[in-house]
Design a protein around this ligand. Structure first.
Ligand code: XMP
Ligand code: MG
Length: 178
């Protein structure tokens, strides 16, 4: 594999099995409901694509891109919407699909923003959870894996836009990002 990669943390097979389980649980919970999956670009693209194959209820997919306002304001959790949803989510059962929750600030902003649009329900599904660095508490409804406080890439997650295509979740060597 690549020189910048320290190790494989979660293999392709482990990812597949866990995502199947999550899909089954979501299928049970959303029977007869008007489900909208919201993918937070770009990191959650692979996760949502894979997850949606195992959700056996009719659903809509929508995409949102957000970015932090810059390092000085990042800790405040003020984020900028780069691409908003295509459709209204008023009255819908909405599931946010995220790649990783770190400080929780981004998701906290997103939850408040989407709630204000009059959703019927709003739940969170994240592939990875990095609880060590949490600054604001976020209630996670569906979680894949808890990861240690290391920089992870692969399966959609990037370092400087690279490594999203790796099929496993990998740990980046510290010297690469420090
Ligand atoms: P919060 O607001 O929870 O932001 O701190 C979560 C976002 O931060 C990025 N992030 C990572 N991206 N490897 C990545 O590729 C990581 O280990 C990592 N930790 C945080 C990511 O964009 C996530 O949506
Ligand atoms: Mg993200």
């Amino acid at each position: 594999m690549n020189n910048d990669i320290k190790e494989i943390l979660i293999s392709k097979e482990e990812l597949e099995n866990k995502i199947k389980d999550l899909g089954k649980r979501i299928t049970e919970d959303y029977k007869g409901k008007d489900l909208v999956l919201i993918c937070v670009l770009k990191g959650a693209v692979m996760f949502m694509a894979e997850l949606s194959k195992y959700i056996e209820v009719p659903l809509n997919m929508d995409f949102m891109a957000i970015s932090s306002y810059g390092s000085s304001t990042k800790s405040s959790g003020v984020v900028k919407i780069i691409k908003d949803l295509d459709s209204s989510i008023e009255g819908k059962d909405v599931l946010i699909v995220e790649d990783i929750i770190d400080t929780g600030l981004t998701l906290n902003y997103l939850i408040n923003n989407l709630k204000s649009r009059g959703v019927k329900s709003l739940k969170i599904c994240t592939l990875l959870d990095k609880p060590d660095r949490r600054k604001v508490e976020v209630k996670v409804d569906y979680k894949g894996f808890t990861v240690p406080d290391e920089f992870v890439v692969g399966f959609g997650l990037d370092y400087n836009e690279k490594y999203r295509n790796l099929p496993h979740i990998c740990v980046l060597k510290e010297e690469v990002y420090k």
